[in-house]
Design a binder for this molecule. Structure first.
Ligand SMILES: [Zn+2]
Length: 246
């Protein structure tokens, strides 16, 4: 079982807002199969090793989110050394773009569709207002569109804010590059992963360096349709738990 008790389900899969329980966007999108995740599990020495690394990786992701939010809020908190290169990349992104945060780490609710989530930021970037989602993954996946479309739909129900007209994923990453062949080494979650190529090279790794990838997702009606379809499936999957909640 994914959830061991009704309390755990209530706590982890949703938010209680003004006395009403709403399922979380991130829980809903998790219903969709992710083939890349199966390949990741398959490539590890055991299920437990893969699970531990995934958890360590999630902790690093949380640290990056916290540091980014602190910077957007203008508070200067010390950045843990392990994620410093990723945060350097974020600072570089800020130097290269005009970023004005409007909302940071904000709970959003769709009462029409009955779900809630937390956006990383609503920001005006280079003059355009949009939802900004921070990722620390290996690449930018198309799946993110579902999550972001859900946030945008919830924001359209939110009064007194500047409405987003687009959305972006900012992927923050850090890796070491081989000085000889140019392949990269990621160590996220304590797992050492070398990118493809560089066969036969006795790699000489340079320093850990941050990098960012900024991708515009826009606002896509078919992403919201996919999210709402995922929600229907999620509700079907958790029917018994949901019926006990009400
Ligand atoms: Zn090399």
């Amino acid at each position: 079982m994914e959830y061991e008790s009704l309390d755990e389900f209530r706590e982890r899969a949703g938010y209680l807002i003004d006395g009403v329980w709403y399922p979380r966007v991130t829980s809903i999108v998790s219903i969709k199969a992710k083939p890349a995740l199966y390949r990741y599990y398959g490539g590890m020495r055991s299920f437990k090793a893969a699970d531990d690394a995934k958890e360590a990786s999630a902790r690093e992701g949380t640290m990056v989110h916290e540091a980014v939010e602190a910077i957007l809020n203008g508070t200067h908190e010390p950045v843990p050394a392990t994620i410093e290169p990723s945060i350097d990349a974020f600072r570089e992104f800020l130097r290269n773009n005009h970023v004005e945060p409007l909302l940071i780490e904000e709970r959003v609710v769709s009462r029409n569709h009955r779900y809630a989530g937390t956006i990383d930021a609503l920001a005006r970037i280079n003059g355009v207002v949009g939802v900004l989602d921070i990722k620390t993954s290996k690449s930018v996946y198309r799946d993110y569109g579902m999550q972001i479309a859900a946030y945008i739909a919830a924001l359209t129900e939110t009064p007194d804010i500047e409405q987003p007209i687009t959305s972006w994923v900012l992927r923050l990453d850090q890796c070491r590059t081989c000085q000889l062949c140019g392949v990269s080494l990621r160590t996220k979650g304590g797992v050492f992963r070398v990118s493809a190529g560089g066969k036969g090279c006795l790699h000489q790794w340079g320093p850990m360096e941050g990098r960012f990838e900024f991708v515009e997702f826009g606002t896509h009606a078919h992403d919201l349709n996919a999210f709402l379809a995922a929600k229907t499936l999620w509700e079907w999957e958790h029917h018994d738990l949901l019926s006990q909640l009400s």
